[in-house]
Design a binder for this molecule. Structure first.
Ligand SMILES: N=c1c2ncn([C@@H]3O[C@H](COP(=O)(O)OP(=O)(O)OP(=O)(O)O)[C@@H](O)[C@H]3O)c2ncn1[C@@H]1O[C@H](COP(=O)(O)O)[C@@H](O)[C@H]1O
Length: 103
């Protein structure tokens, strides 16, 4: 689903659509996108202290704006997957070391 949304966001870059909020962000440029990411991240922090539905809504807003940032910087989701994959290796190695120390 995130992949589909990302594809839709990227397609707005290639074929702008009238009334598209994504195109509004792309037209405003990187600084505006970064401002929105900052705002939405702050709203996640505030919502985490309130109710779950509000937190889910704010995390969804942040996710969308992060995807717009990825598209703006031409970063593929695969690159994020790869980075997380590398960490997965590191995390399990760290865990293994801890288990050895714990013996
Ligand atoms: N997932 C989203 C999505 N999440 C959040 N938003 C927009 O993000 C904005 C966040 O609200 P704010 O009050 O913070 O911002 P605002 O006052 O509207 O705008 P600013 O003046 O602050 O920039 C709202 O306008 C939301 O509509 C989104 N806009 C679009 N999408 C999806 O992106 C795809 C492409 O949408 P369009 O580009 O609009 O065609 C579609 O699948 C949409 O559902």
């Amino acid at each position: 689903m995130i992949e589909e949304l990302y594809q839709e966001i990227k397609s707005r870059k290639q074929v702008p659509k009238e009334g598209s909020y994504t195109n509004y962000l792309f037209d405003k440029g990187l600084d505006k996108i970064l401002k929105k990411v900052g705002e939405e991240a702050t709203e996640v922090v505030i919502a985490a202290k309130n109710d779950k539905a509000e937190l889910i809504a704010e995390i969804s807003d942040l996710t969308y704006h992060i995807l717009v940032l990825l598209a703006e910087k031409e970063i593929a989701l695969e690159e994020i997957r790869e980075e997380l994959g590398k960490r997965e290796g590191k995390i399990s190695k760290t865990k293994d070391r801890k288990e050895i120390t714990d013996l």
